[in-house]
Design a protein around this ligand. Structure first.
Ligand SMILES: Nc1ncnc2c1ncn2[C@@H]1O[C@H](COP(=O)(O)OP(=O)(O)O)[C@@H](O)[C@H]1O
Ligand code: SF4
Ligand SMILES: [Mg+2]
Length: 369
């Protein structure tokens, strides 16, 4: 089983700011505080949690764009925290990133051909100019764009198309693993489903491992094999996606599931639904970090930190002292209205995903500009 793991975080911590000294104005921000996870080769692994819980910081740690304060990250069997020089260049080719905002992540002065060809210059320097053009055309086709688009500029494309360009760029170096940081949250719901569908197709066709970050459990339900739910810098629940959705064991996961925004809903609505505001990561509550918002909190929760440990199965893990004794029916029953809206949204994703016939070509024609 161990050989199956392509990416692993072991008790990774990232604190920002020095917080010390009487001249210091910035308190330490505990953005990521002791995260361990394993991503298996070929799977789609989702990381979900509210804005500010540390998802982007964790993504950057996994990609070695940030150095951890402590703990380690292993990729393909090697610790990467100290990787430098030629090994780091190779690592950059093996692990790629899809950004949240397709509007600001593409240089507006570069043509699409140049944007997608640039990583090839770095990672496949031996290609001739013609071979590189052919490869760019192939990549554009793969993501549902036309090779003739190579001469155009980013502003000539819609948001969904720009995200496809970002995906083509990420694929250019032939990565083993791609991390998408909320890759569809800036897009219209209808376009979100198309881009999600494309990512699913690509991961299957290319045998890619995908790590997808989302603030909304609805987005990843039908595309991820396993999911980790983050709260204030820590993972509170993880497991096979279907199991976590069917039997959420952590009160925070239950609240997130009950508050998935209705179709076309904004992230702000979703935030308001989850039992008030999240505390600051520079002053996280002691004990269980969720205790200030948890309807089931008891005295022990304020002092003792729950450890992420096996609940339903070895693979379904929960960090809650009382996961097996909680009667969660009351707070969930109060949200039937929201659950109905969530179901409607899931139906949309299911239609897009299970239709299966939405090929890259038809995506190209269904894309709105
Ligand atoms: N470079 C940084 N310096 C200081 N604080 C940061 C930095 N990057 C992120 N943070 C803080 O860390 C916390 C987690 O941020 P982030 O990882 O972006 O969360 P998410 O992606 O889940 O919204 C936030 O409080 C954020 O303000
Ligand atoms: S440990 Fe306590 S506060 Fe934390 S989620 Fe469980 S019941 Fe709620
Ligand atoms: Mg983020």
């Amino acid at each position: 089983m161990k050989n199956d793991v392509i990416l692993e975080a072991v008790d990774v911590v990232k604190h920002f700011g020095d917080g010390g000294g009487w001249l210091s104005r910035s308190p330490v921000v505990q953005a990521v505080d002791g995260v361990s996870l394993q991503v298996r080769r070929g799977e789609t692994f989702a990381i979900v949690g509210e804005s500010g819980c540390g998802k982007s910081t964790l993504a950057r740690l996994l990609l070695r764009l940030l150095t951890p304060t402590s703990g380690k990250v292993m990729f393909d069997g090697h610790e990467i925290s100290g990787t430098k020089g030629a090994a780091l260049k190779k690592l950059r080719g093996d692990m790629q990133f899809i950004f949240q905002d397709p509007f600001s992540s593409l240089n507006p002065r570069m043509t699409i051909g140049k944007l997608v060809g640039e990583p090839l210059e770095v990672h496949a320097p031996d290609l001739s100019a013609q071979e590189r053009r052919d490869k760019v055309a192939e990549l554009l086709r793969k993501v549902g764009l036309r090779p003739e688009h190579a001469g155009r500029y980013p502003h000539e494309f819609s948001g969904g198309q720009r995200q496809r360009i970002g995906i083509a760029r990420a694929l250019a170096s032939g990565p083993k693993l791609v991390i998408g940081d909320e890759p569809v949250s800036a897009l219209d719901v209808s376009v979100q489903a198309q881009v999600i569908n494309l990512l699913g197709d690509l991961s299957r066709d290319l045998g890619l491992t995908l790590v997808i970050i989302a603030h909304d459990l609805g987005v990843i339900r039908h595309m991820s094999d396993r999911v980790a739910v983050m709260y204030l810098g820590r993972i509170v629940e993880s497991g096979p996606t279907a199991e976590v959705y069917a039997k959420p064991r952590h009160p925070y996961t239950q609240a997130l599931l009950a508050s998935i925004p209705s179709m076309g809903g904004k992230p702000e609505d979703h935030k308001a639904n989850v039992l008030g505001e999240m505390p600051s990561p520079s002053a996280p509550p002691p004990g269980c970090r969720f205790h200030t918002r948890c309807p089931f909190a008891q005295a022990k929760c304020k002092t003792d930190t729950p450890v992420l440990s096996a609940a339903e199965s070895d693979d379904h893990r929960v960090a809650c002292h009382f996961w097996d004794t909680l009667d969660t029916s009351a707070p969930l029953a109060a949200t039937t209205q929201q659950s109905k809206a969530a179901e409607a949204r899931f139906a949309l994703y299911r239609a897009a995903t299970e239709g299966g016939t939405v090929t890259h070509k038809t995506q190209q024609t269904t894309e709105r500009t």
